[in-house]
Design a protein around this ligand. Sequence first.
Ligand code: PLP
Length: 220
Amino acid sequence: MAEFSENLNIIHDRIVAAASASSRAPADITLIAVSKTKPAEAVEAAIAAGHRVFGENRVQEGVQKFTSLRGRYEDLELHLIGPLQTNKVAEAVAFFDVIQTVDRPKLAAALAKEGAKQGRLPKLYIQVNVGSEPQKAGILPQEACAFYKECCETYGLKIDGLMCLPPHGQDPAPYFALLKDLADELAVPCISMGMSGDFECAIEKGATQIRVGTALFGTR
Ligand SMILES: *Cc1c(COP(=O)(O)O)cnc(C)c1O
């Protein structure tokens, strides 16, 4: 527990420093603590340290870990940051507050249908494959605007943000800048980018949400 709260203080100070270096308000940047592979006890320690916003990359793992925590802490906010298969859409819609990985028409259609059925929808972000990497999830940058329109006009979805994972081992700055440009073009408020190794750069480029795992919880 002590370790998480120490790490949280360090990350918080780094967020404040990165924000002020870009003349941004630290309050405009939300820290998502990525708890994937970590046990519920680790999340409890984070909650005890005052943290409330978490990210999981698998539906099943998130539901299992957070169901009982949700019952005890009403103000938790849970983000799905991993790929979503259409057969898990019902569960994801019922459980998560934000789904950051909308990346194909079939998924958009399934979300719209499930939202109508359940009478609720999480906030939705589009995942953009900023490096146009063949193995990576996300809509290609040049298709992002058309897909955004399709989500809104064909499926009636409200899209609140964009999310990306830049290519591994390269300078992320131009990829973060690309996501920021797309978000500005589409006028969506949330920009989810930056992880343990590069969140300061992401903040400089305009991130409103950073997703930090190992720097908070330790190595996986
Ligand atoms: C695991 C993960 C993170 C956190 O990565 P760290 O390097 O541990 O900070 C962020 N975003 C996504 C989509 C992830 O899967």
